[in-house]
Design a protein around this ligand. Structure first.
Ligand code: NAD
Ligand code: ZN
Length: 359
């Protein structure tokens, strides 16, 4: 069976596109109890962008600090419960920020219309009802969370997405002006997520021409972003990277991620490492999976003077390494993609532990 992939319903792209938000939301305001919820990365509180958010007196504006932890199931359920108790059912929700805020907006949209708590819905196609209207505005490029069918949450038992057609945004506003303030290290690690999405999508059995069409374009853009004459953070690169993020996400959606993301999940769950940073920690050690792309990665790291820590595993206990390997092996679709149909005959917990010991 081929995937029946749901794409974003509407996209507006270009410098200054953010200013179109009020017009876009206006016709939606007649829905439900006639107000919008805006969830915005706390970085923007008090900044010029915050004054341009088209908030009306009836709306709810929440600034959320995403740095202490990745989005949790509790956080989503509390947000839903407090808004429902004070104002009722929103017309829609708008997320303005990075991958974390994209996931908070997507997951909340679903939990406003589905009973119970969000851990019940962590998995594929468990959501029963379509969510409320949701609009995403990425302010940092790389994760592809703006286009994916999943909203990744850490719950009491697992880190897993609410994954279904309804998760996908109704509208995305891609305005490259918004990423200008991203600090250099965060810029690099998050941007690298899209490079890794393209490489992993390519190096595995689910790869196909649909994934290639998006992935090759994104890889070309990544080369210019990281290694071109005009590489680094600037106006032209911000535009290219925003499209690379979208295309990398579309490439992987129709293929799969592989060894690197599987190991990265272990690092995030057990050590609390951030997704994009954890990918970089793992990718460097995966030459047998990703060949020359690892050499390209090394060049990019050197070109941008990024210092990745070495020998982290010397401080990890045997128990932590085993826990991480267990998280990783419980993502069989990633290992199947990376190694092949018969991956279980070729690969096991000890092989994964050996990879963690290299880090
Ligand atoms: P993030 O949302 O965690 O933000 C990273 C940092 O960048 C934060 O400190 C934030 O305040 C800051 N930031 C964002 N925009 C900024 C700007 N314009 N100027 C200054 N600072 C800015 O970052 P991320 O790396 O985009 O997302 C990581 C999250 O995304 C993880 O929770 C991960 O699980 C999730 N993710 C989801 C998907 C998906 O498909 N749903 C895919 C990959 C990752
Ligand atoms: Zn990723």
């Amino acid at each position: 069976m081929h995937k029946n992939f749901k794409n974003i319903e509407k996209i507006v792209y270009g410098r200054g596109a953010f200013n179109q938000m009020d017009d876009i939301l206006d016709p939606i305001r007649t829905r439900n109890d006639n107000f919008f919820v805006f969830v915005v990365d706390a970085y923007f509180e008090g900044k010029e962008l915050a004054t341009r958010i088209p908030v009306r007196p009836e709306d709810v504006l929440l600034f959320i600090d995403v740095d202490p932890k990745e989005p949790t199931t509790d956080q989503i359920d509390e947000l839903r419960d407090s808004v429902m108790a004070s104002k009722g059912l929103p017309s829609g929700i708008v997320g303005i920020g990075g991958g974390s805020i994209m996931d908070i907006a997507k997951a909340s949209s679903l939990m406003f219309t589905n009973e119970g708590t969000s851990p019940q819905y962590q998995g594929l196609d468990l959501i029963k009802n379509e969510g409320i209207y949701h609009l995403g505005v990425p302010t940092i490029s790389g994760t592809g969370a703006e286009c994916s069918m999943t909203a990744v949450l850490s719950g009491p038992e697992k880190k897993l997405g609410l994954k279904c057609e309804y998760t996908v945004f109704n509208q995305v506003i891609l305005d490259p002006e918004l990423t200008v303030s991203v600090p250099r290290n965060k810029w690099f690690y998050t941007a690298m997520d899209t490079f890794i999405h393209c490489v992993e999508s390519k190096c595995g059995i689910n790869y196909n021409i649909y994934s290639k069409a998006y992935g090759d374009t994104a890889l070309e853009l990544c080369k210019e972003v990281f290694l071109g004459d005009n590489s680094g953070q600037n106006t032209e690169i911000d535009e290219k990277l925003m499209m690379a993020s979208l295309f990398g996400g579309l490439s992987l959606t129709y293929s799969e991620v592989g060894a690197c993301h599987s190991l990265s999940y272990g690092l995030s769950v057990v050590l609390g490492m951030k997704h994009c940073y954890a990918n970089c920690i793992a990718f460097k050690h995966l030459k047998e999976f990703y060949g020359d792309y690892v050499a390209d990665f090394e060049k990019m790291i050197a070109h941008h003077n990024i210092e990745l820590p070495q020998n982290l595993s010397k401080d990890w206990t045997e128990e932590q390494i085993t826990q991480m390997a267990e998280v990783s092996i419980n993502l069989p679709f990633m290992w199947r993609h990376a190694i092949g149909e018969d991956w279980e005959n070729k690969w096991g917990l000890e092989d994964i532990k050996a990879l963690y010991r290299r880090m």
